[in-house]
Write a protein that binds this ligand. Structure first.
Ligand SMILES: Nc1ncnc2c1ncn2[C@@H]1O[C@H](COP(=O)(O)OP(=O)(O)OP(=O)(O)O)[C@@H](O)[C@H]1O
Ligand SMILES: [Mg+2]
Length: 273
């Protein structure tokens, strides 16, 4: 691979993962899993609690590593080795873990600013430009959280924290967004604002890997669906082929009816009156 190619993540799959087996504690949670996510092909991962979705995203963000083997590898944007901080400048990550780890005393605007440095807080040695400060505040306005500019993280509600972290993930215009249940705790309007921003991100060429339990929050622009069950891929393909009541009923072991309108989905129990 040439230096030039290394510097251009868009010429490689975002994720190229082969035969990954991942342990949490003493138990294997992902079993011999292979998955390729190409740039521009935003993907939603659906599956029941405990099936390994967050574990999979942690492999993408280099928080977890699969067991080693001769034909096993995880390449991110063409590379097997990454400096985690460098990787995080290419990826915006939102998850409950980031939310838990974030220091309580940091005020809203600085939380957004920390996205430029992929850090959990802002430190004295980080030189912040006026442009970064302006962009951060613009992002707060776009997300409807400008009033949280000076409020500390610990004094925000769960949904406010989540919206601020979304801003942090988006502000440095990452190449990809890795979102683990990003709307947990958001009210309806905040969900809609988030969806609009996500859709724009995809339309402008960004790639999203999304884990959600809310099928009504799958943006129409996300076409690929991966169904994960017991740490294995049950189905993988385009929405048209994969997202149906039958597959979801098998995935969640319960009768599900899927409703589809104008590119959006809804579920309800299949055995309704
Ligand atoms: N730190 C840990 N130590 C041991 N086991 C763990 C740990 N974290 C997760 N697990 C186990 O690994 C499995 C997969 O967890 P994971 O968090 O990936 O599930 P998930 O699909 O994201 O579920 P949810 O929908 O509830 O978020 C679960 O059985 C869980 O109990
Ligand atoms: Mg999870």
């Amino acid at each position: 691979m040439t230096d030039d190619e290394l510097l251009r993540p868009e010429v490689h799959p975002l994720v190229d993962m082969r035969h990954a087996t991942v342990f949490r504690g003493t138990r294997p949670v992902l079993h011999d899993l292979s998955l390729v996510i190409t740039p521009g092909r935003s993907t939603v991962i659906l599956g029941p609690n405990g099936c390994g979705k967050s574990t999979l995203l942690k492999v993408f963000s280099r928080e977890l590593y699969p067991v080693l083997g001769p034909d096993h590898y995880v390449r991110l944007m063409g590379r097997e080795t990454w400096n985690v901080w460098e990787l995080r400048t290419q990826m915006g990550i939102v998850s409950a873990d980031v939310q838990q780890a974030y220091p309580e005393r940091t005020p809203g605007l600085e939380i957004i600013l920390s996205g430029f440095f992929s850090s959990l807080d802002i430190y004295d040695h980080q030189a912040i430009s006026l442009i970064q400060r302006t962009r951060s505040y613009e992002m707060m306005k776009k997300l409807g959280i400008a009033h949280l500019r000076d409020r500390s993280f610990g004094e925000m509600s769960t949904g406010e924290q989540r919206r601020t972290l979304l801003g942090r993930a988006l502000v440095h215009q990452p190449y990809a967004l890795v979102l683990d249940e990003p709307t947990a705790g958001l009210d309806i309007r905040a969900c809609f604002q988030y969806l609009e921003i996500l859709r724009n991100f995809i339309r402008e060429g960004g790639t999203v890997v999304l884990v959600t339990h809310h099928v009504h929050e799958i943006p129409p622009e996300v076409d690929r669906v991966v169904l994960l069950k017991h740490g294995r891929i049950m189905e993988d393909g385009s929405k048209r082929d994969i997202l149906n009541g039958q597959n979801l009923s098998v995935l969640f072991d319960t009768p599900i009816e899927l409703l589809h309108t104008h590119g959006w989905f809804q579920v309800r129990p299949a055995s309704h009156d």
